[in-house]
Design a protein around this ligand. Structure first.
Ligand code: 13P
Length: 257
């Protein structure tokens, strides 16, 4: 059985004060969650607030980005050591906003993933196609290339510990999620590819998230798909009620036979 994992991605939202307020409400709402892993990804300036606020809760700290070098003349960057030092467990790598706005390449993403593992953390690797690529029938080849290039050189154990988030770019921030069937098809394809490229065991073990306009009203159908092991939630994770509801729906599913 793969343990479901729901992670927030706050993107460029929430001051330190707002992060504290969120936590004060959120912690109470998810107290009873035992079968679903939860991770919160605030901005860098709120990481320590969230780290302190999560002490003793079992909720994991997640960073939204990292650089692959450990130190040096890299103005504006943060190293894996620095993230690990404050208790970060997961790092989002290769989000489409970083690929598109900040021109991150698969080569850089591949180096980031290795650097994250070297510091004992785990990557949440985001992959997904644009609307144009989808219309042109290129979804599978895009996913295949991203997986091949981003996971290159990792051992099977590392791949099985990577979380891969299938985030179709056309579904991000639009309020229109992929249909449960499309989200399942994307995740199934990713799992099959990992079985092929890496190993059958890694493909069976790897946890796959869907991301793109997950909301309380669509979470049940999306999270009940057989190849979807969790979600990466953007805007709905900014509100403690809606994020806790998505988690509670996921938890419920672990208890329904
Ligand atoms: P939304 O949930 O706002 O569509 O964002 C999804 C996302 O990009 C998570 O990484």
């Amino acid at each position: 059985m793969r343990t479901p994992i729901i992670a927030s991605n706050w993107k460029l939202h929430k001051t330190r004060k707002e992060s504290r307020e969120f936590l004060n409400q959120f912690r109470e709402k998810v107290k009873y969650i035992s079968e679903t892993e939860i991770a919160l990804a605030p901005t860098y300036t709120s990481l320590d607030i969230v780290a302190n606020g999560l002490e003793g809760t079992g909720i994991k700290l997640c960073a939204q980005n990292v650089y692959f070098e450990s130190e040096g003349a890299f103005t504006g960057e943060v190293s894996p050591e620095m993230l690990a030092e404050i208790g970060t467990k997961y790092v989002i790598v290769g989000h489409s906003e970083r690929r598109q706005i900040f021109r991150e390449t698969d080569g850089m993403i591949n180096k980031k993933i290795s650097a994250v593992f070297e510091q004992g953390m785990k990557p949440i690797l985001c992959i997904g196609e644009t609307e144009d690529q989808r219309k042109q029938g290129k979804t599978e080849s895009v996913l295949q290339n991203q997986l091949r290039n981003d996971l290159r050189g990792l051992d099977p154990e590392q791949v099985s510990e990577t979380i891969v988030a299938y985030e179709p770019i056309w579904a991000i921030g639009t309020g229109e999620s992929a249909s449960p069937a499309d989200a399942q098809a994307g995740c199934k394809f990713v799992r099959e590819q990992i079985k092929k490229i890496v190993s059958k065991e890694a493909g069976e073990k790897v946890r796959l998230q869907y991301g793109g306009s997950i909301k309380p009203h669509n979470a049940r159908e999306l999270m009940s798909q057989p190849d979807i092991d969790g979600g990466l939630v953007g805007s709905a994770s900014l509100d403690p009620d809606s994020f806790a509801e998505i988690i509670s729906i996921t938890e419920d599913l672990t208890k329904t036979p």
